[in-house]
Design a protein around this ligand. Structure first.
Ligand SMILES: [Zn+2]
Length: 263
């Protein structure tokens, strides 16, 4: 059984001088993130099994077809929980791969393997509001978040996917690994983050429609019902994903919303 974990703040008391310096740096980094990031999650211990070989696409599909006969997407009013294989290290079409922006590899020893996805949680980055006008700007922002999360002993950026203001979807932590984005509730949970601070700025229309399309795609792929589409504030005490994004999610999940027909 995999236990969820909490990130515990380090303490300076009783540490030797060198350790104290290191802890101070860690505290500073943590403080920087608290000022500008919403992710909370796992400070993993080494319980993972790096090096596990994934079956080929063909064999995975064969396994999936045996386990769950194909269903018409229009019949998914009451989808069954996804019990298929944990996501393989491939990314959905149109998603910019992690390799396009990350300056370092994930640290497997700090993460758990992802369990079959059964929930999606929506976040904002909660950092200083900025205009991200180019892919280079987005890549730098993602790298900034990744480094802040590494400083919290995460194994990688905490979110699985990130949507920028122009509607591009970026891969974050590979979906082979459990995310670190909701304290104690990361199992089976895909983390999707929209870049921006939606307590103080508004998401763009392009970003919102990209979010809806991408969440719908994940819902279809993993048979996740609309009741399992959550926002961070619905699972924890936080403002995330911000007062200007929460209403959109409420509307999208309502009976007439863009996500409701998926179940
Ligand atoms: Zn959040």
């Amino acid at each position: 059984m995999i236990q969820p974990e909490e990130t515990h703040p380090p303490t300076l008391a009783g540490a030797d001088p060198a350790r104290r310096d290191a802890l101070r740096l860690g505290l500073l980094a943590g403080a920087a993130l608290l000022l500008g990031g919403c992710a909370s999650g796992s400070n993993r211990i080494a319980r993972s099994t790096p090096g596990v070989q994934w079956p080929s696409d063909a064999s995975r599909h064969a396994d999936a077809s045996r386990a769950t006969p194909a269903r018409n997407p229009r019949d998914w009013k009451t989808p069954e929980p996804y019990r298929g294989p944990t996501p393989a290290p491939s990314i959905p079409d149109g998603v910019t791969p992690r390799s396009a922006w990350a300056q370092g590899a994930p640290i497997p020893a700090r993460m758990d393997r992802m369990l079959p996805p059964q929930r999606i949680t929506i976040h904002h980055d909660g950092m200083d509001p900025v205009t991200l006008s180019s892919r280079t700007d987005v890549a730098q922002r993602l790298e900034q978040i990744r480094k802040a999360h590494l400083n919290r002993d995460f194994g990688d950026i905490g979110y699985h996917f990130i949507i920028d203001p122009t509607g591009n979807v970026w891969e974050g932590r590979p979906l082979t690994w459990q995310g670190a984005h909701v304290a104690h509730q990361n199992e089976h949970n895909i983390g999707v983050m929209c870049l921006g601070n939606f307590e103080v700025q508004r998401p763009t229309d392009t970003q919102l429609s990209a979010l809806d399309r991408f969440v719908a795609k994940l819902m279809r792929q993993y048979r996740i019902p609309v009741r399992e589409i959550k926002t961070h504030r619905e699972l924890a005490s936080t403002a995330c994903p911000g007062r200007n994004l929460q209403p959109h999610m409420n509307q999208a999940r309502a009976s007439t919303g863009t996500l409701s027909y998926l179940g």
